[in-house]
Design a binder for this molecule. Sequence first.
Ligand code: CUA
Length: 314
Amino acid sequence: MDSLGTMIMPPAGSTYAGDVDALFYFIFYVGALIFALVTFGSIFFAIRYRRRGKRELTSSLAHNTKLELTWTIIPTLLVLVVFLWGFKGYLHMRVIPKDAMEIKVTGQKWFWSFDYAEGVTSVGELVVPVHTPVKLLLSSQDVIHSFFVPAFRAKMDALPNRYTTLWFEAIETGVFDVYCAEYCGKGHSEMRGTVRVLEVPEFTQWLEANTKLGEGLTLEEFGEQLYKKKGCATCHSIDGSANTGPTFKKAFGHEAKLNDGSSVLVDENYIRESILRPLAKVVAGYQPVMPTFQGILKDREIDALVAYLKSLSE
Ligand code: CUA
């Protein structure tokens, strides 16, 4: 069971993943058994009771109460077992423990961001403590996304204008994949992330370090840190090469040609606008695919990024 399991699914990483797998394999093996009985039974009967001569007549046997009761009662019991087992598992997955730690999850084209009660925002990476119930409060900035952690057997839609919830308790430390499981447009397949499960003390340290993010740094150094941490680096290079987005090298203080033919001076206001309303003025030759960072970056963080871009033009 385990060898087949790891081939199809990643190792179970949450308290309820084992229940999900057990029920899945029960249905799988019962299904395989019934498939074999029906298929090989049909073939066997077709050969065993084939018509052997022109004069052979079909048997007049039309009814067998015992047999009919058997093939009614056994499948009924199987279906009831699957229902009760599944319902028990469903309750376990849906009833959120009272002491669960809450994290806000936001899906948008095309990344996930995670907000902690302490004021920390993490982009693309959900960091949680091990052996601790975690409640996720999900929503979306634009279209329907679906937050999916295969190792936890946990999946829930993230909808615009409505909250949904999901909870899990990780049973081991490590890094697990996050996918978007609802087709949400061009960047859907890129909408990946990770869950990093840490020991409780390490998690507390991580949270503290991120609460104090930028402390003791110059605005420029803070900007560089944000550039790496908040996902800018995925699309914007700092070495002058073009990527999904224009490079940050020598961008500040220069004119940029826009895709509507006009041009704009890359100054503090243009950078701020491009972070908050990225589609307002798109540089010529690039697709309008940048997500908004409205609500994700605080004012001080935008200031820091502006300072960092300035430093790249010196
Ligand atoms: Cu978001 Cu698919």
